[in-house]
Write a protein that binds this ligand. Structure first.
Ligand code: ADP
Length: 151
């Protein structure tokens, strides 16, 4: 018996959670696809954030719902505008790694006021996108912790 209280055990468990245990599958589009096609992909794949990759499949940008809404204002033909024109681009994309602590990734989401982080793997040519960490994943972690506590 460790003498730890329930809430101490809970905190300990929370502090050990890694990004990998809660990450989702990333949805990526090529930098050359149109804003129109990116909107279709967002609906079809049912995600709020798309990651943009170059022809080598390395991360070059991020597209949020509002990025696509903003681009849709006005009368431009959305089939004519490639997403690389409107995305948030590298090096301004905030990334994380699968072995990062979930709490640290969550802190970054809060500080940067963003909904998702690409989970990446380093390689010589750039970042390979291997996952997606969102506020929903953090909610799931919270709910899982709470469920464990139930008698
Ligand atoms: P929304 O814009 O739909 O509310 P976000 O809050 O996630 O969604 O995005 C806000 C802005 O931050 C957008 O311009 C988006 O491109 C950008 N953004 C989203 N995720 C990231 C990220 N991981 N790194 C850098 N910028 C990001």
């Amino acid at each position: 018996y460790t003498g730890k209280t329930g809430s101490e055990l809970l905190t300990e468990k929370l502090k050990k959670f890694k990004v990998q245990e809660f990450q989702s599958i990333p949805v990526v589009v090529s930098e050359d696809v149109s804003v129109y096609d990116a909107i279709c992909t967002m609906f079809l794949e049912d995600v709020g954030t798309l990651f943009v990759v170059n022809e080598g499949a390395y991360l070059v940008g991020v597209l949020s719902r509002k990025d696509l809404l903003r681009a849709s204002l006005g009368n431009q033909d959305l089939r004519e505008i490639p997403v690389h024109i409107i995305m948030t681009r590298m090096p301004n994309v905030t990334i994380c790694y699968k072995d990062d602590l979930l709490l640290e990734a969550g802190q970054i989401l809060i500080e940067k006021q963003i909904d998702a982080l690409p989970v990446v793997k380093d390689s010589e040519q750039g970042y390979e996108v291997i996952g997606r960490l969102t506020k929903t994943n953090l909610t799931k972690a919270l709910v899982e912790l709470g469920r464990d506590q139930r008698v």
